[in-house]
Design a binder for this molecule. Structure first.
Ligand code: GLY
Length: 366
C-alpha cells in the first residue's frame, strides 16, 4: 500500500516526540517501522489472546521474523477475567526462559485487555522494556493503545494495579475493523462519540453526518474517524500525561458508567457503559442549562443508531450512586464528575450531588 494511504501523528511528552501513531489499511508497513526502531538487534515477543491469535498471529509473526534476532509468542485465554497478575506472571516466566533483556521488545497484538496487560508487563519486566501496540479493536485503536496507561485488574477492582509506560509505536490497521464482531464495533463507537463530545464539536458533527458510512465500515471513513479520535486523545494526553487534571475529561460518562459496569458484573461492554453514563451525564448538563434537550436527544439517537443498549435493568439507582463512591478516580473523597458546558467542551465538576445523579439515572433506568 502506498504511503498516501497512511496517516501519521507524533505523540509528545514535555514537548519531546515520544512515539508515532500510524494509521493504515494493512500490515504491510509494519516491518519498515520496526526496522526504524532498531528491531534487527532485538528479540520480540508477541503477546496476544486466544481470540486474536487465530486471526493475525501467524501473519504478524511472519512479518516480524524478517526484522529481529528472534520472535516468540505468548498466547493467553481471551477475557477480562484473565487480565490479572497470574497472566502477567506467565509472561514474565516466558521472557525469563527465553532470556529477554532490557533492549528487547514486547508486541501487544489485540484489544484493550492485551494492550493493558502487555504494556504493564513491559513496564515492570527488568524495570521497564519497550513495547509496541498493534490494536485490533475499535476501542483499543481509539482509546487504550494511546497515552501509556497500562495495568491489570485486581480481584474485582478494574485496572487497580498499573503504571504509565509509553509504547514505542502504535501501529493501527483499520481494515481489521471490517471483520470485528458488530457488538465490539458498537462498543468502540461509545468512546469515539465521547471524544467529539468532550473536545471537538466539528468532529462530533462529522460523526453524526457520516454515521451511515461509518456503519458500513467504509475503510477510508474509518481511517478518518480513528484519526479524528486519535487527535483528541493525543491532545489530552500531551497536555496532561499522568491525569493530574485535563486527562480526567476523558472520563466523561465514566463515573456512572463504571458504577453500572461493576453492578452488572461486566455483562455490559465498557464502551456501552460509558455511553449510558454519558447520556445520564448529559441529562445533568441539560438540568444545569449547559446543553439543550434537543442536543441530548440527538446523542440518544446516535446511541440508538449504533445499536448501543439504551437502558439497564435489574439494578437500583441508589446502588449505582453508592457504587460511584468506590471509583478510583475520586480525590480526597470527592467525586470528580465530568460535565460539558457545551457540546465539544468538557470540564471537571466536584459539585454534582447524589440527588442529581439519581435523577439523571432515570434516563437509563426505571
Ligand atoms: N481511557 C482514559 C485515559 O486514557 O485516560
Amino acid at each position: 500500500m502506498s504511503k498516501d494511504n497512511e496517516l501519521r501523528m507524533v505523540v509528545h511528552l514535555n514537548e519531546k516526540p515520544i512515539y508515532d501513531i500510524i494509521l493504515t489499511e494493512s500490515f504491510d508497513g509494519l516491518l519498515q517501522e520496526m526496522v526504524a526502531l532498531g528491531s534487527e538487534k532485538k528479540k520480540l515477543c508477541i503477546v496476544t489472546d486466544t481470540n486474536v491469535a487465530p486471526l493475525y498471529l501467524e501473519l504478524i509473526k511472519g512479518l516480524l521474523s524478517d526484522c529481529c534476532r528472534d520472535v516468540t509468542t505468548y498466547v493467553f485465554p481471551a477475557g477480562e477475567e484473565n487480565k490479572n497478575l497470574d497472566t502477567v506472571r506467565g509472561v514474565y516466566e516466558h521472557l525469563i526462559q527465553n532470556k529477554f533483556d532490557r533492549k528487547d521488545y514486547l508486541i501487544a497484538l489485540g484489544g484493550g485487555v492485551v494492550g493493558d496487560l502487555c504494556g504493564f508487563t513491559a513496564a515492570t519486566y527488568l524495570r521497564g522494556i519497550g513495547f509496541i501496540q498493534i490494536p485490533t479493536t475499535l476501542l483499543s485503536q481509539v482509546d487504550s493503545s494511546i497515552g501509556g496507561k497500562t495495568g491489570v485488574d485486581f480481584d474485582s477492582y478494574k485496572n487497580m494495579v498499573g503504571a504509565f509506560h509509553m509504547p514505542k509505536l502504535v501501529y493501527t490497521n483499520v481494515s481489521v475493523l471490517k471483520t470485528l464482531p458488530f457488538e465490539q464495533f458498537s462498543n468502540g463507537m461509545g468512546e469515539v462519540i465521547k471524544h467529539g463530545l468532550i473536545r471537538d464539536k466539528d468532529y462530533y458533527e462529522w460523526l453524526l453526518t457520516n454515521k451511515e458510512k461509518i456503519m458500513d465500515r467504509d475503510p477510508q471513513v474509518l481511517r478518518q474517524m480513528v484519526y479524528g479520535s486519535n487527535l483528541v486523545k493525543r491532545e489530552v494526553v500531551e497536555i496532561d500525561p499522568t491525569e493530574q487534571n485535563e486527562r480526567a475529561t476523558l472520563n466523561f460518562g465514566h463515573t456512572l458508567g463504571h458504577a453500572v459496569e461493576k453492578l452488572m458484573n461486566l455483562s455490559i461492554l465498557h464502551g456501552h457503559c460509558v455511553a449510558l453514563g454519558a447520556l445520564a451525564a448529559l441529562k445533568i448538563c441539560e438540568r444545569r442549562n449547559f446543553v439543550s434537550a434537543d442536543q441530548v436527544e440527538r446523542y440518544r439517537e446516535a446511541m440508538e443508531f449504533f445499536h448501543m443498549p439504551m437502558s439497564v435493568h435489574g439494578i437500583d439507582k441508589k446502588d449505582v450512586v453508592a457504587a460511584t463512591k468506590n471509583d478510583k478516580k475520586m480525590e480526597a473523597g470527592v467525586i470528580k464528575f465530568i460535565l460539558l458546558d457545551q457540546i465539544g467542551h468538557a470540564f471537571i465538576d466536584k459539585s454534582v450531588s447524589e440527588e442529581e445523579m439519581e435523577e439523571a439515572l432515570s434516563v437509563i433506568m426505571d
